[in-house]
Design a protein around this ligand. Structure first.
Ligand SMILES: [Zn+2]
Length: 376
């Protein structure tokens, strides 16, 4: 591996650590703010409960004073009744007294209501006070915790920053600029190459590019995502045999009567290697063609009468390999001018397994194709 790449890998680690620490430091005040707003809610609740309790007290006093007034009136009426001359006057006073007594009972009931309420109010106030106390303790703990974490993070951050500055000083300016520009737009400036693919953008590399990266003698950037590419033999050894064995056991045989069929064709005019998908529908068949490595659609969708095997005989050459794959027609319509990476990867993977199967003895298709396509 090139020394510059090794330094960049270390720089990438430092950059990621720094970003993580900065995010953590920024997130802590937000957590404290959330608890603080909860605390404000509890405070408001407590205020409300206290205000209600106070209003009850005021009401109780008001009813009591009303009762006092009424009692005063009654004793006045009683005094007057001793001096009345006529029966009618006496009856009128008696009526006033009865009315006042009725009013007193009404206000006594109101006081009773308030008294019953008071117990509930007291409970509410006490609960809110307890909650406030617990939350205040919690927020103090959280704040203390946040202070400690922030201090530790900041110490770590300054260590990583120093490390990063040291690394940056030892990497050439041009390379550093490229790395930082790509990182700014894509979140990372380096990508490992595995299984002939750039792991940053999942695009297959051209064989020459792949070999250059593998040799590790010069700096190579991914043509598709611009990340600086590197190769780690340890990872390639781990993934290659295990992965292919799984695929080899798993590969299903494509159904010959499926309404949709994918093919690999290595000899499609000037384009060379392509992926073709046919769909049979309502007596017609359609054909879409995609460039093998980029997944770019070549030409328009072609529709012909009849089953695709009969309608497109020119594509059914000896070197064509049938692949596993099925996507909804509506989904494919949305792909527009390019195969999505996931579909492309899946077809590539199936092709590799199919070619391996053919090499190891299956002779369903012309052997010349397989030698041709694996030579690259
Ligand atoms: Zn890439």
């Amino acid at each position: 591996m090139l020394p510059d790449i090794e330094k960049l890998l270390q720089l990438q680690v430092a950059d990621k650590e720094i970003r993580k620490l900065q995010e953590e430091i920024a997130a802590l005040p937000k957590r404290v703010a959330i608890i603080e707003s909860k605390l404000a809610g509890t405070k408001a609740q407590l205020e409300k409960a206290r205000a209600a309790s106070k209003a009850d007290e005021t009401n109780r006093k008001k009813f009591e004073s009303v009762i006092q007034d009424l009692q005063g009136k009654i004793s006045k009426y009683r005094d007057q009744s001793l001096e009345v001359k006529t029966n009618d006057q006496y009856k009128a006073l008696l009526h006033e007294i009865q009315f006042a007594e009725q009013e007193i009972r009404l206000n006594e009931d109101r006081i009773l209501d308030v008294m019953v309420n008071v117990e509930t109010r007291d409970r509410e106030v006490k609960a809110a006070e307890a909650e406030l106390k617990a939350e205040t303790a919690e927020i103090e703990k959280e704040k203390e915790e946040a202070r400690k974490i922030t201090a530790a993070d900041e110490a770590k951050l300054s260590e990583w920053n120093a490390k990063r500055d040291g690394l940056r000083g030892s990497i050439s300016d041009d390379l550093l600029r490229h790395y930082e520009r790509v990182m700014k737009f894509r979140g990372s400036g380096l990508a490992e190459v595995r299984d002939h693919k750039c792991m940053g953008c999942q695009v297959m590399l051209r064989p020459q590019t792949y070999n250059e990266v593998r040799n590790g003698e010069q700096l190579v950037v991914c043509e598709s995502c611009q990340r600086i590419l590197y190769f780690d033999p340890a990872n390639e050894l781990k993934s290659e045999p295990a992965g292919s064995q799984v695929h080899a056991r798993k590969r299903a045989r494509p159904k010959s009567d499926a309404p949709q069929a994918w093919f690999y064709r290595p000899d499609y005019g000037d384009e060379g290697e392509v992926l073709i998908v046919f769909s049979n529908s309502g007596g017609n068949s359609t054909r879409r063609v995609y460039e093998m490595h980029s997944g770019r659609q070549i030409g328009d969708i072609l529709t012909r009468e009849g089953n695709y095997r009969l309608a497109f005989p020119e594509d059914m050459t000896d070197s064509t390999i049938r692949l596993n794959g099925h996507w909804d027609e509506s989904e494919m319509d949305e792909w527009s001018a390019e195969l999505p990476t996931a579909a492309l990867d899946s077809l590539h993977a199936d092709l590799r397994v199919a070619q391996k199967e053919h090499r190891s003895g299956h002779k369903e298709h012309a052997p010349s194709t397989h030698e041709h396509s694996t030579a690259s």
